[in-house]
Design a protein. Structure first.
Length: 279
């Protein structure tokens, strides 16, 4: 490999046990594919801050929920910004990267989002439901999520949580993007098996829905996953816009799709590396 080959620090927690997913398999395979074009070293997220100075870029992949190491993650972000380190995804994401309050903002702005509030005085804005979902403002992997009946809404301590109606959706579907280019879509036909995914044939209306959130987030580079649910009336509603370390479920797509994804990812990383440091 030439001495000028770009060096990428690939951040992953290979030991993290995610429900219904095997982070380690996805990252071993994807990092191995990237070695065709980059000098790649794998790093645990707790080691990234002290190692990143020796690399041309840091790529945050399946690093696990940062709430398990929030202080160290915040220090990593601060040091990367101060040193002008190129981070992929860039640290400017407005969605899950910054917590979940964006769901409240998008809901209030009239975007097609599962209705969401974060103040007791706004509970009346939610449609009536038998059950409501209470989520931590900073969370992942359903950690800390709780289902409550309408009679318990008055007991919620707001400040660090948001509330949504529990929607009896038909299925969940995810749209995967690199930069602003759509790559593939997967869906879970069984609402009780979120990660039992199969390819989804996304139509023009589906893609217009997903692109609306990609455009809103305005990340010039990076991988994003738009998670949505199909409501009983047929409307798609945003559940989450994952712009920090989205699991890609590459095992659920065919070989040609995986290769096309890796090729586009390589081009995106090269574009990032070609920009001035700190840009």
């Amino acid at each position: 490999m030439p001495a000028t080959t770009p060096r990428v620090l690939y951040v992953t927690d290979l030991a993290y046990e995610a429900r219904g997913r095997r982070y380690c398999d996805e990252d071993i395979r994807l990092s191995s594919r990237l070695r065709r074009d980059f000098a790649v070293a794998l790093s645990h997220p707790l080691d990234a801050a002290r190692l990143m100075g020796s690399f041309d870029a840091v790529m945050v992949r399946n690093s696990g929920p940062v709430l398990h190491y929030q202080e160290e993650y915040d220090a990593f972000r601060d040091r990367a910004r101060a040193a002008g380190v190129r981070v992929y995804n860039p640290l400017t994401g407005r969605a899950d990267m910054a917590g979940k309050r964006y769901l409240v903002e998008l809901s209030a702005a009239g975007y097609p989002v599962v209705p969401t509030v974060d103040r007791a005085e706004d509970l009346g804005l939610l449609p009536r439901a038998e059950t409501y979902v209470v989520k931590p403002m900073v969370g992942a992997d359903s950690i800390g999520m709780e289902f409550v009946g309408g009679d318990r809404l008055v007991d919620i301590s707001f400040g660090e949580v948001l509330v949504q109606p529990r929607i009896p959706f038909r299925y969940e579907v995810s749209f995967y993007f690199i930069d602003r280019d759509f790559q593939y879509a997967l869906y879970a036909p069984d609402p009780e098996r979120r990660w039992a995914l199969t390819p989804y044939d996304a139509g023009p209306a589906d893609l217009a829905f997903a692109r609306r959130f990609i455009e809103w987030n305005a990340l010039e580079h990076g991988i994003q996953r738009v998670d949505a649910c199909r409501a009983p009336d047929g409307e798609l509603l945003l559940v989450e816009l994952e712009d920090l370390n989205p699991y890609l479920s590459l095992e659920a797509v065919d070989g040609a799709t995986r290769e096309a994804f890796a090729t586009r990812l390589t081009a995106s990383l090269r574009e990032l590396l070609g920009r001035p440091t700190g840009a």
